[in-house]
Design a protein around this ligand. Structure first.
Ligand code: 0X9
Ligand code: ZN
Length: 561
């Protein structure tokens, strides 16, 4: 009898372990879309999001303000009670997806299902191995253009791989550069796919586009296509809707049972008002201390190997632009997102004008419209975000978080963007990022080149952190300087949005005037032959007849290079 019971226990344990190893099915899960029309609805949705809820819910777009779309999924067992509850409260909703599992299956193209392709494809959602193999292939083909840098290991010992494109030989560690990461949130698959599209644009464009070549020679891109490799693989193999990293579970007692949950939201783990700390007057907002919550901020700022690796790399090689790719909702987000109406000093003079220029270029490609503003103003407050940290602590001049397609309108499938949209999203996003890159080149490459003109070029090294490229020497993180945060009533100009939210209309007065940095966008009058003219002027070549002819505007002494 005892043996039989023992055997039963073993079998039960085996069954349980099998059950946890099985891929999560979302059969008949629903995606409910609600436009909260009043404060009562908003308060009710917030209580479901922030407090213990009787339903199994996953908020894809959390509640923030009246008029801000809320997307949530509900398990089939809870769907009818939730819907009854919403109806009883007079809350209008639509069921945007009736069977989430079906939507997950139709995210992949028919061809992918019928004949699962082997190897990497730019028009597909690829595995981590496929992505890394493609980066290695590109490196083999163009060893002088591409450098692969191992910046750290994850909880599950996966490598975090940065691809550096450009730079040339006469670059030093202070040279201007552009950082782009994607996939900090595991389930946002369009982000790594877009990062890889941009890798290809840069690599191929280097050979075919002289302007791009000139830019990349002096302003390299550092791209981390999958910032959360463990989460990404978990989302591909076990649970499509996984968001966090895979930090091992921490258990705690809750009433009469023990709860163990894995993972930290890496975009709440950066040291920018982490957990709402550092500012006692601000309530901890937009992140959770509950290990089971999707926005769990971790036990401390930079507690996670992934955020540590990114921080250490960026502190060693601080870029001039920081871009983090997410999905979804078609928003170009500017710091700061930890608190409403909080802006860096150059918000209106530099960050926002460039964001508007970039999103106009994006719209010109396929007509896709983006909203521009801070995450806190347009969506919800969230502390510990990487793009806020990049701007506020690291002082990166241009820092943005891009929420890619789709918009959360009636028919969008949220995180489940069909594979056929990967290339269009890549094309339009690249057009926008090119605008940022051009601006970085014209603002920051010229002083760098000037400084180097009289000096012997230094060979390129990547030794600061002992990344796998050269040595293994480890240096301590650079100390961070005091931060300037301008908390104004409003930014200097009205954010370009089509949102229906009811924030007060921005006035045109601001506390910003006194703190505006000289960084303004370059004058168009110098654009006659693109970046070559600016370079030639920097190198004092305007006395050459050919340069004068090609660069009449740039060579004009009035022209600000
Ligand atoms: O919540 C996030 O981390 C981002 N949205 S996502 O759906 N991709 O997870 C947005 C962060 C932007 N910042 C603020 N909203 N404050
Ligand atoms: Zn995200």
């Amino acid at each position: 009898m005892r043996l039989a019971l023992g055997l039963l226990a073993v079998l039960a344990a085996a069954a349980a372990s099998q059950a946890t190893d099985k891929q999560h099915s979302y059969r008949n899960f629903k995606l409910i879309r609600i436009n909260p029309e009043n404060d009562a609805t908003l308060a009710y949705l917030k209580s479901l999001y922030e407090e213990e809820s009787p339903y199994t819910l996953d908020f894809w777009q959390p509640p923030s303000h009246v008029g801000g779309v809320v997307d949530l999924t509900v398990a089939p067992s809870d769907a009818s009670s939730l819907i009854r509850d919403l109806s009883a409260r007079g809350i209008h909703y639509i069921v945007a997806i009736h069977d989430l599992q079906k939507a997950i299956e139709s995210e992949r193209s028919v061809a992918s299902w019928a004949h699962p392709p082997k190897g990497f494809g730019y028009e597909r959602y690829n595995s981590l191995d496929e992505i890394y193999n493609e980066l290695k292939r590109l490196k083999r083909e163009r060893p002088s253009l591409i450098t692969l840098i191992d910046i750290g290991q994850t909880h599950e010992n996966r490598t975090m791989l940065v691809v550096k494109i450009g730079g040339g030989q006469n670059l030093d560690e202070d040279a201007p550069s552009i950082w782009m990461d994607a996939g900090i949130h595991a389930r946002e698959w369009i982000a790594p796919a877009t990062a890889m599209f941009i890798v290809r644009e840069l690599v191929e464009g280097y050979e075919t586009d002289p302007k791009l070549q000139a830019m990349l020679d002096h302003v390299p891109f550092y791209i981390l296509p999958v910032m959360n490799p463990d989460g990404y693989e978990h989302s591909r193999t076990m649970d499509r809707m996984w968001r966090k990293n895979r930090r091992p579970a921490e258990c705690h007692n809750k009433e009469w049972h023990t709860v163990c949950c894995r993972g930290v939201d890496l975009n709440r783990n950066f040291d920018w008002y982490w957990a709402g700390n550092d500012a006692p007057h601000i309530s901890a907002s937009g992140s959770s201390s509950d290990t089971c919550h999707d926005t769990y901020h971790g036990p401390a700022a930079f507690s996670e190997p992934e955020s540590i690796a990114v921080r250490d790399f960026l502190e060693a090689y601080p870029p001039k632009a920081f871009i983090s790719l997410h999905s979804y909702s078609q928003m170009w987000l500017i710091p700061f997102g930890h608190r409403r109406r909080s802006y860096p000093p150059d918000y209106s003079s530099a960050l926002r004008p460039l964001a508007i220029k970039a999103t106009k270029a994006l719209e010109a490609v396929h007509g896709t419209k983006y909203q521009v503003g801070t995450g806190a103003d347009l969506m919800y407050e969230a502390s510990g975000g990487s793009h806020d940290w990049a701007k506020g602590a690291l002082k990166v001049p241009f820092s943005y978080l891009i929420e890619l397609r789709p918009r959360n309108t009636l028919f969008g499938n949220g995180f489940l963007l069909p594979e056929r949209e990967i290339i269009p999203v890549g094309n339009e996003t690249w057009a926008a990022i090119r605008v940022v890159a051009d601006e970085v080149f014209s603002q920051f490459a010229q002083p760098f080149l000037r400084g180097k003109a009289g000096k012997k070029p230094e060979p390129l090294t990547l030794h600061k952190l002992g990344h796998r490229v050269t040595s293994t020497e480890q240096t301590t993180a650079a100390s961070r300087s005091e931060t300037t945060v301008v908390e104004t009533e409003e930014p200097a100009t009205v954010p370009t949005t089509t949102t229906t939210r009811t924030t007060p209309t921005p006035k045109t007065t601001t506390t910003e005037a006194a703190t505006v940095e000289p960084a303004t966008l370059s004058t168009v009058s110098c654009e006659d032959y693109g970046s070559y003219c600016r370079l030639w002027k920097v190198f004092n070549l305007c006395d050459r007849r050919a340069v004068q002819k090609l660069c009449a505007l740039t060579c004009n002494p009035q022209c600000r290079v």
